[in-house]
Design a protein around this ligand. Sequence first.
Ligand code: CA
Length: 226
Amino acid sequence: MKNNKLAKHLVMYTLVIVGLFVLLFALTQMTEDAGGQVTFEEPPTLDDQPTLGNANAEVSIIEFGDYKCPACKAWHEQIFPQIKEAYIDTEQANFAYINTPFHGEESQLAALAAESVWAQDEQDFWIFHDEVFKKQPQQNHDDSWVTPEVLLNMAKEHTPELDIDRLEDDLQKQVHLPQVEEDMRLVQEYNIEFTPSIMINDTLVEDPFDIEAIVSTIEKELEEQD
Ligand code: CA
């Protein structure tokens, strides 16, 4: 009787374990099948986008980003420096930033300011870009923090060579709205649904925080270009 019960338990446990393995296998297959990485026929044109690093590099890393988005701040502070050191500073890849103002008026304002700075000075753009993400509060990022005054003061402090009056005028008149609208057109064309979204040449990375996936996609692209 006792042995019988034990045997039943053993059979049950075995079935449960086998079941778990089957499920695990199915889940693994699903992830692989889904692939996660979407590849487009053509990468976005970067001619009129701020691009950092070797302009002739065969690999472009493209961020669809929003200065008001907390995940973009996190990506800029945690992931970007690693990619920059390994691929941009070594001239194997370049990096472009496309405005994706998903968080309303303040996103739009920051994007307009960045486009204006870019129009004045390409080097200053990257300083300004860095400072805007720094300025984003760690907490309560939904609170209002992007204003013309904040942006102008930031420019005065960190990019003193810039024509601040021109920047102010650009913001008042929304001079660079066509550039932001062009960015939004790319956002639609590439079905960008969240920020940051990272593209490596024609491939949209599934998880922008998956540094291993980013690195392996870059490496694959570098190999293909050889
Ligand atoms: Ca742009």
